[in-house]
Design a protein around this ligand. Structure first.
Ligand SMILES: Nc1ncnc2c1ncn2[C@@H]1O[C@H](COP(=O)(O)OP(=O)(O)OP(=O)(O)O)[C@@H](O)[C@H]1O
Length: 331
């Protein structure tokens, strides 16, 4: 099933929280809605599902036709940041979405079982769901959502609060579970790596507005303007006055490498001189904040740095790791 919206706005107390002229997710596609905290991601997701009490205008489309709340209840399954599970066994929780849709208990359990297995929690089937860890509970919530074979699956920051290993495992299992699914999937996340791992296309939401929409690689690697660039992790921004180039150049911190004393500038690299202001050990890497008048320069490096705050350092960025800004447009 395809889902989309046209001229969708959400307003609370006269303040527009989200304004999206057009957004479509095809059957079998995962679209990430990426944005910083408070950019309106959850509000957009809820508005698309007709959830919540905020004032909405505009149209939600299912398979190209305007959909009402009842159509959306039937078509949509959602997994929210903190899973809400019933006081019942894991098995019955996984079957709960099907039960709500009128499926008998035995049939609901039969259909839910493969999803408990796919999410790696079948061994917990007999347990009381309220005693589960956060990661286990999230797996059960995802199994519950997938068991109904939804036309549309909404995932709102499903990895929130999970430790790094649990998150990586769940990410891989979710990826496998979604492969070949006919559902249109909308994934809300503030994490670029989650978007890269799960979504072929990404929409960047800033201040309730869609600022970029394209393949995930395009959006993450070619920001539309300097504000998007900052939000997407291009923390080094070098205006023409600093480099002598025509456009502002941007780079990610891991591509900004401090040169050792006397080390020649690599061919085709842009090199800037600045005063080292701060050195922050990150455990395995070091972050360097470098003051270059009129520019911002941050380096995250694994090479040994023998400079101290106050020293002049030279930062090299390979040409292939730079993006350029023509006015506000980057390419
Ligand atoms: N019911 C509401 N009443 C008033 N303001 C609201 C309401 N719901 C959301 N907001 C505001 O709308 C903005 C967007 O909130 P939303 O939760 O959609 O952002 P988000 O991008 O999902 O953020 P996060 O990543 O922190 O979860 C925030 O400024 C929030 O305070």
């Amino acid at each position: 099933m395809n889902i989309g919206c046209r001229d969708l706005t959400v307003t609370v107390g006269g303040r527009v929280l989200v304004r999206v002229p057009e957004l479509d997710v095809a059957a079998g596609e995962t679209l990430a809605v990426l944005g910083p905290n408070g950019s309106g991601k959850s509000t957009l997701l809820r508005a698309i599902a007709h959830l919540g009490s905020a004032r909405r205008t505009g149209t939600v489309l299912l398979d190209g036709r305007p959909a009402g709340t009842t159509d959306l209840r039937r078509a949509v399954a959602a997994v929210l940041q903190r899973p809400v599970l019933q006081r019942a066994s894991v098995f019955d929780n996984a079957a709960a979405g099907l039960r709500l849709r009128g499926v008998s208990r035995a049939e609901a359990r039969r259909r839910a079982w493969p999803w408990l297995a796919a999410l790696g929690v079948e061994h917990l089937a007999g347990r009381d769901a309220r005693g589960l860890s956060g990661g286990e509970a999230q797996r059960v919530a995802i199994a519950r959502a997938l068991a109904v074979a939804p036309g549309v699956l909404l995932l709102d920051e499903p990895f929130t609060g999970l430790d790094a290993t649990t998150r990586a495992d769940l990410l891989a299992d979710l990826r496998a579970a979604l492969d070949g699914q006919p559902a249109a999937v909308l994934l809300v996340t503030h994490d670029r790596e989650e978007a890269r791992a799960l979504a072929r296309r990404t929409a960047l939401l800033v201040g309730g507005e869609l600022r970029q929409l394209g393949t995930t690689d395009e959006v993450l690697d070619a920001p539309a303007d300097l504000e998007c660039a900052s939000l997407l992790g291009f923390t080094t921004q070098l205006p023409p006055a600093v480099t002598g180039r025509e456009a502002t150049l941007i780079a990610r911190p891991q591509h900004c490498r401090p040169l050792a004393a006397g080390e020649p500038a690599p061919a085709e690299a842009v090199v800037v001189d600045g005063v080292l202001r701060r050195v922050v050990p990150l455990g395995g890497a070091i972050r360097l904040d470098v003051e270059v008048p009129g520019a911002s320069v941050t380096s995250v490096t694994t090479v040994e740095v023998d400079a101290a705050p106050g020293d002049v350092v030279r930062i090299a960025i390979n040409a292939g790791d730079l993006r350029s800004a023509n006015g506000e447009r980057l390419r």
